[in-house]
Design a protein around this ligand. Structure first.
Ligand SMILES: O=C(O)c1cc(C(=O)O)c2c(n1)C(=O)C(=O)c1cc(C(=O)O)[nH]c1-2
Length: 237
């Protein structure tokens, strides 16, 4: 495949499998969830957010050139900040605060669904164990993130009186960070996946990552949408 055909194939995977299509996200964005269900989403999503810098630090340690490490390290700063209280993970806690969740409970991850934890850990392990090409390709869901963020912020502000713009401030910087991150990763992947085997591996890495995001929402749906089977130990609204 040419680089352009590879990009088109990657975008087709997003069109078919990205988590904007999941019924739980449709319900979240269309205002069909109650406050407790939104709390469960934000609590579980904190597990994902808090592991993203661990995933990026794992990859950073494996990158072979200064240029690549320089490009990738901005992600660590985006999520962890330069100082206490800054960065994406801290901004996610502003959302869980606004939803009335106790900070130490959120940070402890003790109420997170087992399937959320397994999915998030699978992502970190994938980036640790697979080739650098596959690890970089697995971040390419970010190509599709700006669209879902736009839908989510406008939908949640319209439908829920318990969130406001300040509570959703996490998403504003993501609208510029995600496209920059995705453009870098896409250029890398298109330049370096030249053999059929490498291109197949890259496509499979993106499918894997879509599955990570999808399975987190399956778990939320199973636990918190009626009839609701909440696993032992997980958050009970
Ligand atoms: O709001 C979303 O739906 C969404 C999706 C994704 C994604 O597609 O992986 C990320 C994020 N948000 C996000 O905020 C974020 O920091 C992030 C990092 C990564 C990654 O794989 O390195 N994906 C995502």
């Amino acid at each position: 495949m040419t680089p352009d055909a590879l990009e088109a194939a990657l975008r087709r995977i997003g069109a078919e499998r990205y988590h904007n299509l999941h019924p739980f996200h449709r319900a979240l964005h269309d205002g069909r969830l109650d406050r407790a269900q939104v709390q469960a989403w934000a609590l579980n999503r904190y597990c994902y957010q808090s592991h993203i810098p661990m995933k990026d630090a794992t990859l950073l340690a494996r990158l072979p050139t200064a240029a690549l490490r320089r490009a990738w390290r901005t992600r660590l700063v985006d999520h962890d900040g330069e100082t206490q209280g800054e960065g994406g993970v801290a901004r996610w806690l502003v959302l869980t605060d606004a939803l009335g969740l106790d900070r130490s409970y959120v940070e402890s991850l003790s109420g997170v669904l087992p399937a959320t934890r397994f999915a998030v850990e699978a992502y970190v392990h994938f980036v640790r164990d697979r080739s650098i090409l596959e690890a970089i390709a697995s971040s390419l869901t970010e190509l599709f993130a700006p669209t879902i963020i736009g839908e989510r912020v406008s939908g949640m502000l319209r439908h829920y009186d318990f969130v406001d713009r300040q509570a959703l401030a996490y998403f504003t910087p993501r609208l510029t960070q995600a496209p920059q991150d995705a453009a870098f990763a896409l250029a890398y992947v298109c330049a370096h996946a030249t053999s059929v085997a490498e291109q197949d591996a890259v496509l499979e890495a993106l499918r894997f990552k879509c599955d990570v995001l999808w399975s987190m929402l399956d778990a939320l749906e199973h636990a918190y949408v009626v009839p609701g089977h909440i696993p032992p130990g997980a958050f009970r609204p």
